[in-house]
Design a binder for this molecule. Structure first.
Ligand SMILES: C[S@@+](CC[C@H](N)C(=O)[O-])C[C@H]1O[C@@H](n2cnc3c(N)ncnc32)[C@H](O)[C@@H]1O
Length: 275
């Protein structure tokens, strides 16, 4: 049976969580994981000394939080700009007392096995990652009388980045990632993916559901489906930290008479290998 719990990881705004812990070169990355989400996953699914792996590591949130918690970590990132930022964040964490060690490799998650040192094969306790998708839901925005200005919404100009591919290509890459993951995971190791549904032209794209099917094809079963709150808890109220894009999508839908609500959480899908 699949279990569920609610992760209370956004009481502090993301900028506050990152301040002093991540270097300024990281900030333009369009889709960073919440540090407290990464730390919660790592504390829940691993113990000190374990090896944590992120095959699409971006600016290295998984790695930084892992080494601060006394785990070791390996990350792969496709873009040179973000892998350099991840390396700098790891060095910054080490200089600030993180006791674990981490390595960042420039590469492709579809071949993750080839980047893992042979002595680490079968040793990974946790793969924690978030798949890239679309520029439409990311980035920073300023509105003025002149219109809407949007920036930092792209990972790069490289069309081969998975974020710039269609959903089917992203899911095929995730299936390849899962198949390769079997070779690096410890016997009781788990894969945790964070993902959100999004709307394209008003229609819901159920990325979490598609990821569950994709993992099943690669021999993994869902063991937990958790809710990472993207909202602060204030007394008995939730205060959502919705993005500009979510708010404008929901406003437009409501103007058309559709009773949409802002999504105030991210799914955390936790998989184990099928026996
Ligand atoms: C959602 S972001 C991950 C962000 C990361 N969790 C963090 O906190 O910075 C997905 C990342 O996957 C990278 N990516 C895209 N295609 C890739 C591939 N084929 N292999 C590895 N990484 C890839 C993107 O450049 C992006 O940085």
């Amino acid at each position: 049976m699949t279990s569920t719990s609610v992760w209370h990881v956004a009481n502090r705004p993301s900028q506050v969580q990152r301040r002093g812990r991540y270097l300024p070169d990281s900030m333009p990355h369009p889709a960073k994981m919440l540090p407290e989400l990464a730390a919660h996953a790592i504390s829940t699914f691993t113990k000190p000394g374990d090896l944590v792996f992120d095959p699409m590591c971006g600016i290295g949130t998984t790695l930084v939080e892992a080494i601060h918690l006394g785990r070791d970590a390996i990350g792969i990132e496709y873009e040179a700009r973000w892998s350099a930022a991840a390396r700098m964040n790891v060095a910054h964490a080490r200089a600030n007392g993180a006791s674990g060690e981490a390595e960042v490799v420039l590469g492709d998650c579809r071949h993750l096995r080839s980047y893992v040192p042979s002595d680490a094969a079968g040793q990974v306790a946790l793969i924690l990652t978030s798949p890239p998708y679309g520029a439409t839901t990311h980035g920073r925005v300023r509105t003025s009388r002149a219109g809407v200005r949007k920036w930092d919404h792209r990972y790069s100009a490289d069309p081969a980045n998975l974020a710039h591919q269609g959903l089917d290509t992203i899911l095929a890459a995730m299936e390849a990632m899962f198949r390769e993951a079997s070779f690096v995971l410890a016997a009781d190791g788990v894969v945790a993916l964070t993902a959100r549904p999004w709307r394209r032209d008003g229609v819901l794209v159920d990325l979490p559901g598609r990821l569950v099917d994709t993992a099943a094809r690669a021999g993994f079963r869902l063991i937990e489906r958790d809710v990472a709150l993207l909202a602060a808890v204030r007394g008995d109220r939730l205060v959502p930290r919705a993005s500009f894009f979510q708010l404008s999508e929901v406003r437009r839908a409501r103007e058309r008479g559709h009773p949409f609500r802002v999504v105030a959480h991210e799914d955390v899908l936790v998989f184990g290998r099928r026996p």
